[in-house]
Design a protein around this ligand. Structure first.
Ligand code: CA
Length: 222
């Protein structure tokens, strides 16, 4: 899953980026409102962490723009030092899905991110299960038929994304958009290589099917 962190405090951005990448997310950063606008137009995000007080604009306006553009699928968590009740109410009314007041504990932020992201996949807890595949997004543990798998962050990201859409064809472009950050080179074969490595670790060839010229599909349990 791919996140955009919109925040102008560099120390906080650095800490968030490290923690979120470690938690298996692809992370882009915008330090001001104009660059956040641009990234939101160009890229596809699963979730945005949105500071309210930003150089060149404010988070309320950004939130409104995202919703006006019909991007209902992107989850938004407002993160701000403003803890007045009317700010929180306004944030939620402008289209934010959640609201977190600074200073916050990172584990709580992570739990809220997980909770919002699993709304789309219909899962009720941090554990996703497809056939013998099980992924615990809170502990970053992956098992296949009880056997533990050691995956790189990208392998984990690809598998997690496929497991939210079992039986659906997911294109290479879609994987690049949701699992890699903005520094990914769209002309490399990085997706193909990652899927190949993932298959090798799964030791089960048919689990991730290649659908010629369309993409990949995680086999649904029979
Ligand atoms: Ca700020």
């Amino acid at each position: 899953m791919r996140l955009l962190v919109v925040e102008d405090e560099e120390d906080l951005v650095d800490a968030l980026r490290v923690g979120l990448v470690r938690a298996g997310y692809a992370v882009d950063v915008a330090y001001d409102a104009p660059s956040a606008h641009e990234k939101l137009q160009v890229n596809t995000y699963d979730l945005v962490l949105l500071d309210l007080n930003l150089p060149g604009g404010d988070g309320f306006e950004l939130c409104r723009t995202v919703r006006a553009a019909g991007k209902g699928g992107v989850r938004i968590i407002m993160v701000t030092a403003r803890d007045r009740l009317d700010d929180r109410v306004r944030g939620l009314d402008e289209g934010a899905d959640d609201y977190l007041v600074k200073p916050f504990a990172f584990p709580e932020l992570l739990a809220r991110v997980r909770a919002l992201l699993r709304r789309d996949s219909g899962g009720g807890t941090s554990v996703l299960q497809v056939g013998g595949l099980r992924i615990d997004t809170a502990r970053l543990e992956v098992t296949l038929d009880g056997r533990s798998l050691a995956l790189t962050p990208k392998e984990y990201g690809v598998l997690h994304y496929l497991m939210t859409r079992p039986g659906h064809v997911v294109s290479t472009e879609e994987l690049l958009e949701h699992v890699w950050d903005e520094h990914a080179d769209p002309f490399t074969n990085t997706v193909r290589v990652t899927v190949g490595n993932l298959r090798r670790k799964l030791q089960e060839d048919g689990l991730i099917e290649t659908v010629i010229s369309r993409g990949y599909r995680l086999r649904e349990p029979t």
